[in-house]
Write a new protein. Structure first.
Length: 79
């Protein structure tokens, strides 16, 4: 009988404790990428890919080709 009473008291205590710590959720809205920025990125991504492939075709290893392509991408985007 004591176990049942203890269990009932513990259940009630934990229920109230769980409700007391309820946290309000905050919703964050993500802004879409501006159209102007998106139009800049697509052609610059093509510049990156073309530069990378050209460097590979001319005998560069993957690291060198990536560095050259990143430089071309940065120049294109103005970074």
């Amino acid at each position: 009988m004591q176990k049942m009473i203890f269990s009932a008291v513990a259940l009630v205590a934990f229920s109230f404790a769980g409700m007391a710590n309820e946290i309000e959720e905050k919703k964050i809205e993500l802004k879409p990428i501006e159209k102007e920025y998106a139009t800049i990125l697509k052609p610059c991504y093509a510049v990156y890919l073309d530069t990378y492939q050209s460097a590979i075709d001319n005998g560069a290893n993957e690291t060198q080709a990536g560095n050259v392509a990143w430089a071309a991408y940065s120049s294109c985007t103005g970074l």
